[in-house]
Each structure stands twice: as structure tokens, then as C-alpha cells.
Design a protein. Structure first.
Length: 130
């Protein structure tokens, strides 16, 4: 994949993930009826669900900015891991949060070459540090 193609693909995927997760965060922050029903089904108060929306919003912002993208990836991964655990605890389908987490990591690997180097060829890291 050429550098230009990689960059375009990374930003398109980032935009799609950002839109989806921003919508989810805004839904939680505004306290829509759907969000409150979801929070209640998990045993989460409205205030806590609003706080979770703020965390999600901040994590997405960090993910979208190039300089803080790796940190945003880690925060989104943690957030979505919690969503998966909560869904498992309440016997709900985990396919959607798992798919989003996979998309976040695939996008991060495309956008941030340092992750590709870190995960792709561990020998090259050892040679640099030695």
C-alpha cells in the first residue's frame, strides 16, 4: 500500500469511527431516552452514564488528532474493553463492541507507523535499543 493510499484509508476509517463514537458519546451526554434505558439495563445511573459519555468523547478526540492518536487508541481500547465486559456480564451480544474495537486497532495500525513497527517486527526494535 502506498503512503498516500495508507494515509487516505487511515483518515477515512478514523472519520467513520469518530462519527460513530461521537454519536454514541453525545447520546450519553444528552441523556437521551435510549441511552438512559441502556444505562438502566446495565445498572448504571444517569450521572455515571453521562460521565462515561464524556470519557468516550475525550478518547475519540485524542484518537482523531495525530499527535495524541496512540493515546486515544489505548483509551478507546480500554473503554471498549469495559463495554465488552459489561455486555458479557449482562448476557448481551458482544459482537458490536468487539467489531468497533477491532476497527479502532486496524485504523491505528494503518495511521501510526510506530505501531506497525512495534507489532510487526520486534527484531528491528531490539537492534535500535542495543
Amino acid at each position: 500500500m502506498t503512503s498516500k493510499t495508507r494515509k487516505i484509508t487511515g483518515w477515512v476509517l478514523s472519520g467513520l469511527i469518530g462519527l460513530m463514537l461521537f454519536a454514541s458519546a453525545i447520546d450519553k451526554i444528552k441523556g437521551s431516552e435510549h441511552a438512559l434505558q441502556m444505562g438502566t439495563s446495565f445498572g448504571i445511573s444517569a450521572e455515571t452514564y453521562t460521565f462515561l459519555g464524556c470519557i468516550e468523547f475525550l478518547s475519540v478526540l485524542l484518537f482523531l488528532f495525530q499527535r495524541s492518536g496512540v493515546l486515544g487508541t489505548l483509551l478507546l481500547s480500554s473503554y471498549l474493553g469495559g463495554a465488552i465486559a459489561t455486555h458479557l456480564q449482562h448476557q448481551q451480544n458482544i459482537l458490536f463492541p468487539m467489531a468497533i474495537e477491532a476497527a479502532v486497532w486496524i485504523t491505528a495500525i494503518i495511521r501510526f507507523p510506530e505501531l506497525t513497527r512495534r507489532f510487526g517486527n520486534p527484531k528491528s526494535l531490539n537492534e535500535r535499543t542495543a
